[in-house]
Write a protein that binds this ligand. Structure first.
Ligand SMILES: [Zn+2]
Length: 347
């Protein structure tokens, strides 16, 4: 048996397969390194915190916030090491994982074990992964290592082979609502609204509680609808405006212009996708001029352009292409799925 025991993990209710696998693995001797893989917003970070709480808290599942739990939730507990990309950086470096190694090698301070969580572990560069191999192979006694990632493609096979993989699936809106109420103390009506709007993406639902984000969302929905229905100047102005936009939700993090642009376009398409999802399920009204295309076709087109963001650095060209393709689609009542070359850019 491991040198520590895991109490019941009730918070994993909405990921029944992951819960079953995880509980089984945690009871097995010697399993101390995990890789949790699942789409953005499937609750990996929240579950990692819930797991650490269940390990560190002495009050049991009914605890409403003892000192240990509060320290875990604010990621300031001395036995929890939470590693994310540094601000504005596009990778997790070897220095960061070495530091983590050092911290893990000490005895636990007050908890039964130490836990290292590498959030967005798919951003560890090759050096960082190599430097961390030894820890994954032989984790220090009384330690647990959890890597969180959206995909496995960027990992060295040596890393993958040393971790027990647990798959997370996209959450249903009801599960997001219940997590917002139970884990984040949100009121029920707000939770329900955010969960529905975020379409089961917990990360997005949490953002909706931020007034700066809500303001950005309202702006995007109004601007994009207008650009699709209005005269040519309308969408050209929008493309130029969004290329320079610095919405409040970005905060003070340092980032390059390219990073900012791709973050803004990513966020804009995410909220506009959310609006069209609600239009698809008839929860939101479709403006009269935008009824010539079925909402699922619009969603597919938006998704296609969102997928382009990590591949092409020119976010202005992606937005330009998206609006041209959709405007043409609404005019003709049919989407032509044009390539980048076909729709020559006018900017
Ligand atoms: Zn507690």
């Amino acid at each position: 048996m491991p040198e520590f025991t895991i109490p019941r993990l009730e918070k994993l209710d909405s990921q029944p397969d992951a819960q079953k696998l995880l509980l089984g693995l945690l009871e097995r001797p010697g399993v101390q390194t995990f890789l949790w893989v699942g789409p953005q917003g499937s609750g990996k970070k929240s579950y990692a915190l819930a797991l650490v709480r269940s390990l560190f808290c002495k009050e049991g599942p009914a605890c409403t916030g003892c000192a240990a739990c509060r320290q875990v939730l604010s990621k300031s507990h001395p036995d929890l090491f939470w590693l994310e990309r540094s601000e504005g950086k596009n990778e997790i470096t070897v220095e960061a994982t070495r530091e983590l190694d050092r911290k893990l090698s000490n005895a636990p301070f007050s908890a039964p074990c130490k836990v290292a969580v590498i959030a967005e572990a798919d951003y560890m560069n090759a050096d960082a992964q190599n430097a961390f191999l030894k820890t994954l192979e032989e984790p220090p006694a009384k330690s647990l290592v959890i890597l969180l990632a959206e995909k496995t493609g960027d990992f060295l096979t040596t890393v993958l082979s040393r971790c027990r993989m647990v798959r997370f699936v996209a959450l249903p809106a009801a599960a997001v609502e219940s997590i917002l109420v139970k884990d984040y103390g949100w009121k029920k009506p707000e939770s329900q609204k955010a969960a529905q709007e975020a379409g089961g993406n917990l990360t997005l639902a949490l953002k909706l509680g931020d007034p700066a984000w809500a303001q950005f969302r309202d702006k995007v929905c109004t601007d994009f609808d207008k650009a699709l229905q209005g005269p040519d100047e309308e969408w050209l102005a929008l493309v130029n405006e969004y290329d320079q936009l610095e919405p409040d939700f970005l905060g003070d993090e340092e980032r390059t212009a390219t990073q900012r642009k791709s973050e803004v376009l990513q966020a804009a398409l995410q909220v506009y996708l959310g609006l069209w999802s609600r239009r698809l399920s008839a929860e939101a009204q479709v403006p009269a001029k935008l009824t010539s295309l079925a909402p699922d076709k619009v969603l597919k087109c938006l998704q296609k352009h969102q997928d382009m963001i990590p591949m092409y650095l020119n976010t202005k060209m992606i937005l330009d292409h998206l609006l041209l393709e959709l405007r043409e689609g609404f005019q003709k009542g049919e989407l032509l799925d044009r390539s980048f070359m076909e729709l020559s850019t006018q900017i």
